[in-house]
Design a protein around this ligand. Sequence first.
Ligand code: RIB
Length: 302
Amino acid sequence: MKILNYGSLNIDHVYQMPAFVKAGETLSATDCQLHTGGKGLNQSVALARAGACVFHGGKIGADGIELKEFLEKAGADCRFLRIDPDVPTGHAIIQVVPSGENCILIYGGTNTRITEAEIDETLSHFVAGDMLLLQNEISNVNYLIHRAHEKGMLTVLNPSPITAGLLEFDGLSLLDWMIVNQGEAEALAGTGGDLEPLDVIEALQVKYPDASIVMTLGKRGALCLSRGKKYYSRTYDYGKRVDTTGAGDTFTGYFLAGLSRGEPIGDCMDMASRASGLSITIAGAANSIPDLETVKNAVPIN
Ligand code: RIB
């Protein structure tokens, strides 16, 4: 199965902070680094390092050539990655605190200049049975879902970040798979924030009965509902939590790589949990995503 991941590419400006900056406050960072990122790019890197056949669709500016080179080196096919020399590449400002948690501000840049004509041209190279993976950091996500569904492609959405616009997408009901965290699931299902994870994923399933749903739960593992069956995967601990940026992207890429090979859902979730557990022991997003051999050989401490 070919996988087209139409998604964002960002230059991540990562600041190590003693605490997250609050409104009206000025804080000094203890370190600052540039990293390769973007939820789309990270997920393509995870897919490629997990051994999947992934094509990355998207757009960068003249300042983003290194992102393309990074993707290609990871093993993703970039023939559908366009360059607009007149628009800056997307970027992110990321604060990371000593616990490894982060908060992220994104500037869309070229990610928000994806046109319907480009999408039509790119999708013409894919057929029924191929997979389309999307996040919510580029323009025309709803259009992409509709066109891919019409072609009979398997459609997968990681609705991150949740926006008011995304909640209005009529294409959500066409999705084959949703990969969400609990907050995203609550927003999509319209539940409050006081339900147990199983109640949240079941509420989301009632709203989108045709979709299979994976819900990541951070330190509590992940849940999946697919065709009436429930699956659970635990987390794996490989030592110090350095930076959680990209952990969800690592999970998504590894999970879908397994799915594209026809592996059992429980096994796909288990490998995804192992890979994301490893990714948080290294600073950065795309660069922290392990390859398949590393994941298979790593021994957790829990
Ligand atoms: O999921 C992590 C990613 O979110 C970062 O790499 C950043 O670029 C934002 O897109």
